[in-house]
Design a protein around this ligand. Structure first.
Ligand SMILES: [Zn+2]
Length: 96
């Protein structure tokens, strides 16, 4: 029967397993949020993006890790200043 072969290949959208349909699912839902292109487009960008510092174990020495953290903090401050500068300038042009 065609329907049974289809069912065997069917993938459940709920638990993402094969062999049963979504409405037949008795498993717990596997949450897989995949934002649509529109969602991505209109999603507000985070105020500031953290620079990713790899975890401690990726550094040869703890000192190197500390240094990287310091660099990250500096970069954050620099960005914050830039944002402040930009927004104040934008405000001025708006008023004029
Ligand atoms: Zn399922």
């Amino acid at each position: 029967m065609q329907s049974s072969t289809n069912q065997a290949k069917q993938r459940c959208q709920n638990c993402l397993q094969y062999g049963h349909a979504t409405y037949e699912c008795k498993n717990q839902q596997t949450y897989q949020h995949r934002p649509s292109a529109t969602e991505k487009l209109f999603k507000k960008q985070p105020e500031r993006q953290l620079i990713e510092v790899p975890p401690k174990f990726e550094y040869p020495t703890p000192a190197a890790y500390e240094r990287a953290l310091e660099e990250q903090k500096k970069e954050e401050k620099r960005k914050a200043k830039e944002e402040l500068h930009c927004s104040s300038r934008r405000d001025m042009t708006l008023r004029v």
